[in-house]
Design a protein around this ligand. Structure first.
Ligand SMILES: [Zn+2]
Ligand SMILES: [Zn+2]
Length: 165
């Protein structure tokens, strides 16, 4: 498996390289937090799904990696109680905002405050919060330099030592 360079790549490259097979996904998809206070609906096909093996995702999930999917904002609708934000620096002057259920603490999504992003903006959703994850399969792996040594990456997946985009 080859290590890819970490230079920025075009959105189209990213989608072409690792699109989710549309036939496997029924719409709408639904999901939410553990307590049920926050629910969401996805009405557009997710464009991409990846696993992040960074130390902060390991900490946030108490697991080896997080799984995120990217959905265009107009295809994502959050309902229920208002999530609270947690922001942390992500290096190179960037920061990452996480939206979390204030009652049960589940991390639902990233990006701008839900309901305030432009319709064509991209929304990062924590894919483990889906009601049905049977179709979910990350096709890229970020931050593999902090990957747990016992995690074996599937052949053919895209592998990035750090943050590729
Ligand atoms: Zn909750
Ligand atoms: Zn991460």
């Amino acid at each position: 498996m080859s290590k890819r360079p970490t230079r920025p790549r075009k959105q189209a490259d990213k989608e072409a390289a690792a699109a989710i097979p549309a036939a496997d996904i029924r719409l709408p998809q639904t999901g939410g937090c553990q307590c049920g206070g926050i629910r969401y609906e996805i009405t557009e096909l997710p464009r991409f799904a990846y696993a992040c093996h960074c130390k902060q995702c390991q900490r946030a999930t108490s697991s080896a990696f997080s799984i995120s999917m990217i959905v265009v904002e107009h295809g994502f609708r959050l309902s229920g109680i208002e999530p609270v934000s947690f922001e942390r620096p992500a290096g190179e002057g960037r920061s990452v905002t996480r939206w979390i259920c204030p009652r049960c603490g589940v991390w639902i999504c990233g990006g701008k405050k839900p309901g305030t992003a432009a319709p064509d903006a991209l929304r990062w959703i924590q894919a483990g919060t889906l009601d049905d994850t049977s179709w979910l399969r990350p096709m890229a792996h970020y931050w593999t330099r902090s990957k747990q040594p016992w995690v074996t990456l599937p052949a053919g997946d895209q592998v990035f030592e750090t943050q590729p985009f």
